[in-house]
Ligand binder design. Structure first.
Ligand code: HEM
Length: 465
């Protein structure tokens, strides 16, 4: 349960202009809480706090203090308000479950084998098929000299990939002129819950928010309808399946399976995977493409690697991890813009962190990965894009726990291998086939909706000669 006061002991640095009731809101934008907090970390230091409309948020931004918070013996996952609000959709699904909820362990044990490095072999062909759909779409854009919105296309691609690999369910995304309505319903629901995390609406002010509440209810209903359709489609089918959905459905029919999940919980897991399994990878791909399109020397080096390792054919499963430089481009993009920019850590017992801040059992802090990834351990120019930050020697030279795009500990991302295989495969495919021309006047603008996503970034893909 969220406690009102994250860290009770000691006082923490905070922004200078604190207002009564409103708190630390001077100069901040409700649409960019993560970017604002990341900027504040530069002056406020490794551990600081913000009061926002009666809520206290403690942010851990420095390598040392984050290292402490990542110690699984002392800390565990905590659901900060933005994530806890999402329980309204995900309930005790993997992402939003409290640590003590039995369905977390059951679903983790049941689905973990489907996410090992080896298990990726089973998803490879589908990922290649979806990348082919993107190629076809971009070839059309190339013929028509028509620029495209990168984040929208990457979202289409990743939603289709998780739909087809996890649930053998196609959203038919590439056949649509507009993004699938699942995407806008999901973005609406994530944004609503992020904003509500900052704002406790008093009873007398509720009517002011009636419209956004109604819109949220509509989005939630739409997500539930998609979920029902996924299950209905499976029940009607007579084919054999071996995907995530089938693993859960088969276990549910085995009376003695300790990891059997209820029908309601299977529903939560489906929505969790449909959302967590595409939104984050889509952002990662979009940021990586932004850096590739705006750093010609990096683009050429990455393309040379693809030509050498893949040639002109479609990649075999084993050829994907051989794109070491492309992988570094992805890692570096996730360093500068971790698409899950923050995660919560709660104290298991009374303890002290940093320079003597006391935390009682249950107190929590938010690890701000965007700030951690710009800590001085990353060198003199941590804001610059440099894929060589991920050369093996440089990785070895850095302390542990300074790179956390996939969270930490036993609640770290279950889909990490999946995301990396998919993203490297797609980046390699694009480099192999297309030249990318970005608008030179574009300046990176990042939209926050619990996750991070470039906005307004368009490229003209041109089939490579
Ligand atoms: C670049 C892409 C991705 C990033 C940056 C990312 C990041 C994260 C992070 C930071 C967490 C931990 C959150 C916390 O501690 O509160 C997490 C958890 C999770 N992720 Fe990912 N993720 C990505 C892709 C995926 C994919 C592709 C899937 C599924 C196919 C997935 C499924 C999940 C699930 C189910 C959890 C909850 C795990 C648990 O608590 O047991 N993620 N992810």
């Amino acid at each position: 349960m969220s406690t009102q006061f994250a860290v009770r002991g000691g006082s923490l640095p905070h922004p200078p202009h604190r207002l009564p009731v409103l708190g630390d809101v001077v100069g901040v934008d409700p649409r960019t809480p993560v970017q604002d907090s990341t900027a504040m970390a530069r002056t406020l230091g490794p551990l600081f706090e913000r009061h926002i409309l009666g809520r206290r948020f403690v942010f851990a931004a420095g390598a040392d203090v984050v290292g402490e918070l990542c110690d699984e013996k002392r800390f565990e996952k905590f659901l900060p308000p933005g994530v806890e609000n999402l329980r309204d959709i995900g309930a005790d699904g993997l992402f939003t479950a409290y640590n003590h909820e039995p369905n977390w362990q059951r679903a983790h044990d049941l689905l973990r084998p489907a996410f090992t490095a080896g298990a990726m072999r089973g998803y490879h062909e589908i990922m290649v098929d979806v990348a082919d759909d993107l190629i076809e779409h971009w070839e059309f854009l190339s013929r028509n000299a028509s620029p495209t919105d990168v984040s929208a296309d990457m979202t289409t691609l990743t939603l289709e990939t998780i739909g087809r690999t996890g649930f053998s369910y196609s959203f038919g995304s590439f056949a649509r002129a507009e993004p699938h309505p699942f995407v806008s319903a999901m973005v609406g629901a994530l944004t609503y819950n992020q904003r509500r995390a900052l704002l406790k609406v008093p009873a007398f002010a509720k009517p002011l928010f009636a419209r956004s509440d109604r819109r949220y209810a509509g989005n939630k209903q739409y997500l539930a309808d998609v979920l029902a359709d996924v299950v209905r489609t499976r029940r009607r089918s007579t084919e054999d399946f071996s995907d995530l959905l089938q693993i859960m459905m088969d276990a549910a029919c085995e009376a003695d399976n300790p990891n059997a999940l209820s029908e309601a919980n299977i529903g939560c897991q489906i929505l969790t995977f449909l959302i967590a399994g595409h939104e984050t990878t889509s952002g990662a791909l979009s940021f990586a493409l932004y850096y590739l399109a705006t750093h010609p020397e990096v683009f050429e080096r990455a393309r040379a690697e693809v030509d050498e390792v893949w040639g002109t054919g479609k990649p075999e499963f084993g050829q994907v991890p051989k794109l070491r430089y492309v992988r570094r481009v992805l890692d570096e993009s996730l360093r500068l813009w971790p698409t899950v920019p923050a995660f919560g850590r709660g104290a298991r017992a009374d303890t002290v962190v940093g320079d003597g801040y006391a935390m009682a059992a249950g107190d929590w802090a938010i690890v701000l990965a965007t700030a951690l990834h710009r800590d001085p351990v990353w060198g003199d120019r941590p804001h610059e894009f440099d894929p060589d930050n991920f050369l093996p020697d440089r990785i070895k030279a850095r302390p542990a726990h300074v790179y956390k795009p996939f969270g930490t500990g036993e609640r770290a991302c279950i889909g990490r291998q999946f995301a990396i295989h998919e993203a490297v495969l797609v980046l390699g495919t694009i480099l192999q086939r297309f030249d990318l021309q970005a608008d030179p006047s574009y300046r990176l603008k990042v939209q926050e909706r619990l996750t991070m996503m470039p906005t307004g970034f368009r490229v003209q893909p041109t089939v490579r000669q």
